[in-house]
Design a protein around this ligand. Structure first.
Ligand SMILES: Nc1ncnc2c1ncn2[C@@H]1O[C@H](COP(=O)(O)OP(=O)(O)OP(=O)(O)O)[C@@H](O)[C@H]1O
Ligand SMILES: [Mg+2]
Length: 224
């Protein structure tokens, strides 16, 4: 049983007068539960496309994705929402925090959709901020946080609903290498101590060196 499996995954974009971009071509990938996998490859090779499809933020043109051996039905919005609520968390390269909400509110916001009582939400959000070393920044707005702090808030947010899978798109892409090292340590700790599966796209060799496995993608194809 795999946490994530893709079979014959393809993504094609048509633009202009019928020109086609092949963003992904016949991608077959299997990630076991508890693995920490890095995806590397040049700009435009299809890393974000792959992560977005596995994360149900985009749908494939061909092929299938399985989570826990169950095929994702991209046409069924309810089942996608359920996956987001119960199984996976997403960390975006640009953090994507809600600018009008403070750190604490950003972290408890996803819990709102899981109908967790308000008192528990706050407590859990505080614990999560603590776990990423930001309890004393709970009331700061994103604009009052450094890039690394914002990324840590976005990791805490990704953890809000206790996911077994975290997908992270260049989580150290917008921060300096020292802060990036802390983010990597944090993700490794969550992987080791809580068994959370990680799939992380990156250009960062330190991240790659810390992964159980590195997958290289070029022109939409996995090359090793
Ligand atoms: N909406 C779209 N229409 C047409 N082409 C697109 C669209 N979105 C992405 N592409 C193309 O698909 C390819 C893969 O893009 P993707 O964002 O997955 O690359 P990436 O590996 O994440 O790159 P980077 O390292 O720069 O983030 C690129 O060639 C891109 O130009
Ligand atoms: Mg990308």
């Amino acid at each position: 049983m795999y946490m994530v499996e893709t079979r014959g995954l393809g993504k094609y974009y048509t633009f202009g007068s019928g020109n086609q971009v092949v963003a992904l071509n016949d991608v077959n990938l299997a990630v076991a539960s508890g693995e920490f996998v890095s995806i590397m490859g040049p700009s435009g090779s299809g890393k974000s496309t792959l992560l977005n499809i596995v994360g149900c933020l985009d749908k494939p043109s061909s092929g299938d994705v399985y989570i826990d051996d169950e095929k994702i039905d991209y046409g069924n919005a309810g089942s996608l929402v359920k996956l987001h609520r119960q199984t996976m968390g997403f960390v975006f390269q640009g953090f994507n925090l809600i600018s009008t909400m403070n750190a604490l509110e950003n972290v408890w916001y996803p819990m709102y959709f899981n109908k967790i009582p308000k008192s528990e939400r706050k407590e859990r959000a505080e614990e999560l901020l603590e776990s990423v070393g930001l309890r004393d920044r709970a009331l700061h707005l994103p604009s009052e946080l450094s890039g690394g702090e914002q990324q840590r808030v976005s990791i805490a947010r990704a953890l809000a609903n206790n996911p077994r899978l975290i997908l992270a798109d260049e989580p150290t892409g917008n921060i300096d290498s020292k802060t990036g090292g802390k983010i990597i340590d944090l993700m490794k700790k969550l992987n080791k101590e809580q068994g959370i599966t990680f799939i992380v796209t990156t250009h960062d060799m330190v991240m790659a060196n810390n992964a159980d496995r590195v997958i290289t993608i070029t022109d939409g194809e996995i090359i090793d």
